[in-house]
Design a protein around this ligand. Structure first.
Ligand SMILES: NC(=O)c1ccc[n+]([C@@H]2O[C@H](COP(=O)([O-])OP(=O)(O)OC[C@H]3O[C@@H](n4cnc5c(N)ncnc54)[C@H](O)[C@@H]3O)[C@@H](O)[C@H]2O)c1
Length: 398
């Protein structure tokens, strides 16, 4: 069904491209924008530059239908959706520079009655800041509908979750909330919930901090269990039989560009009042350092016993199982550190083919060659392996 509205999506990465492709498949005329020329070219050929199930089919259909076009510059539209990165600067200071430049880029094209949506995960106050940037460009923002609608999809399931997940919409005015809710209701099957901009911003940060804090609890338990010589996986399975206990699984740390990043936005603004959220981040970061020490000690033990350096297999580099995403990955960080510290490392990542920083080894070859096997990510290939000399930080053998 052809939709009346024209949509301009700024940022064609893991969030923006699936959103643009979905909207185009739902009959919207979508103008996608990215600052990377190769990304624009790939999309205009009907192809994709990221790995995400089903996305290729959606993009191909969207481009072939003529409903999706990518470009380096924005165009006039009824709805603008900003989905650019929100990393942090040195010292965990939130970096909203991409949002500022995306907002400045759309300013010449925004007119009265437009809906301007920020989907990027953002520090509290960013949607208001976006409005200020538009005002500085002499736009009468009282005639726009400006809102935040944080994205909460799970990589690997993005196309389904974009439609099925409940969404939170927080406008800078009640009218903006209402207009934005109405827009999302045209393609979201989940419930679209209304609030104000700041609450919507904080809701997304809260969701990721909740995950981070709960993983920190599991990671701390894993360190304590190692000290007490208790199997943490068995312990958690037993404790979780309590009807009101649900402990998450420990790992080599916490990675990805969401859970390992977003809690810092709260900590930065909340200062000493964000005590537990900061501590959780520190516990999860410490778990990675702790793992490095364990691996080094194991390698040293082998060297002392055998009179030669140990070959250490690092099994997995991605930030979580069965994906190729290496952003903020503790497994990659551990492997890099071990290599930098002079260990003889066999790096394994079955989901990545082309990696320039160091050479990768097939996991079966690594198992044959290794003296010590370290499981960093619970990829499906590693499940059920029968290994004697091992450190399992992700519970893949349990
Ligand atoms: N990936 C996820 O699973 C996920 C989930 C929920 C929320 N988010 C949030 O969504 C936002 C986007 O994340 P992502 O994973 O899509 O990032 P990404 O890095 O995959 O994509 C961002 C894209 O924006 C482009 N870009 C940067 N500045 C631009 C500008 N000024 N104009 C046009 N394009 C520009 C980049 O070239 C890139 O292609 C972030 O705030 C992230 O925290 C991501």
């Amino acid at each position: 069904m052809k939709q009346e509205k024209k949509i301009c999506v700024i940022g064609l990465g893991y969030i923006g491209l699936p959103t643009a492709a979905l909207l185009a498949n739902r009959g919207y005329d979508v103008h996608g924008v990215d600052v990377v020329e190769s990304t624009v070219d790939i999309i205009n050929r009907g192809e994709i530059h990221i790995v995400e199930p089903e996305l290729d089919t959606f993009v191909k259909a969207a481009v072939n239908s003529g409903n999706l076009k990518a470009a380096l510059k924005p165009a006039k539209a009824d709805v603008f959706i900003i989905a650019v990165p929100t990393p942090f600067h040195e010292g965990y200071v939130p970096n909203v520079d991409y949002i500022i430049s995306a907002t400045k880029a759309i300013a010449p094209y925004v007119v009265e009655g437009n809906i301007v949506i920020l989907e990027s995960t953002s520090p509290v106050g960013t949607t208001d800041m976006m409005e200020s940037v538009l005002k500085e460009s002499n736009i009468n923002t009282s005639e726009l509908y400006i809102a935040h609608c944080p994205e909460r999809v799970l990589p690997g399931h993005i196309m389904r979750e974009l439609v099925e997940n409940d969404r939170i919409v927080g406008g800078t005015t009640p009218e903006a909330t209402e207009a934005t809710v109405e827009f999302y209701n045209t393609f979201v099957e989940g419930e679209v919930l209304s609030t104000d901009a700041k609450t919507a911003e904080m809701a997304k940060l809260t969701e990721n901090s909740f995950r981070d804090t709960n993983i920190a609890f599991a990671n701390e338990l894993s360190i304590l269990c190692d000290k007490f010589n208790i199997d943490v996986w068995e312990l958690i399975a037993l404790a979780n039989r309590h009807p009101r206990v649900n402990i998450l699984q420990p790992g080599a740390g916490v990675g990805g560009h969401c859970i390992a990043v977003d809690p810092w936005f709260i900590v930065h603004a909340g200062g000493e009042d964000a005590n537990m959220i900061r501590t959780a981040r520190e516990v999860n970061t410490y778990k990675t350092e702790w793992a490095i020490e364990k691996i080094k000690n194991e390698a040293l033990k082998f060297e002392n016993e055998n009179g030669r350096k140990a070959k250490v297999a690092c099994m997995g580099l991605a930030f979580k199982p069965d994906i190729d995403d290496l952003r903020e990955s503790p497994a990659l960080y551990i492997t890099r550190r071990l290599i930098a510290d002079g260990l003889d490392v066999l790096a394994v990542e079955p989901n990545v083919e082309d990696f320039k920083e160091f050479s990768l080894v097939n996991y079966k070859d690594a198992l044959v060659q290794a003296d010590t096997v370290t499981f960093l990510v619970a990829h499906k290939e590693f499940k059920g392996l029968d290994i004697q000399t091992k450190l399992d930080f992700c519970g893949v053998l349990n």
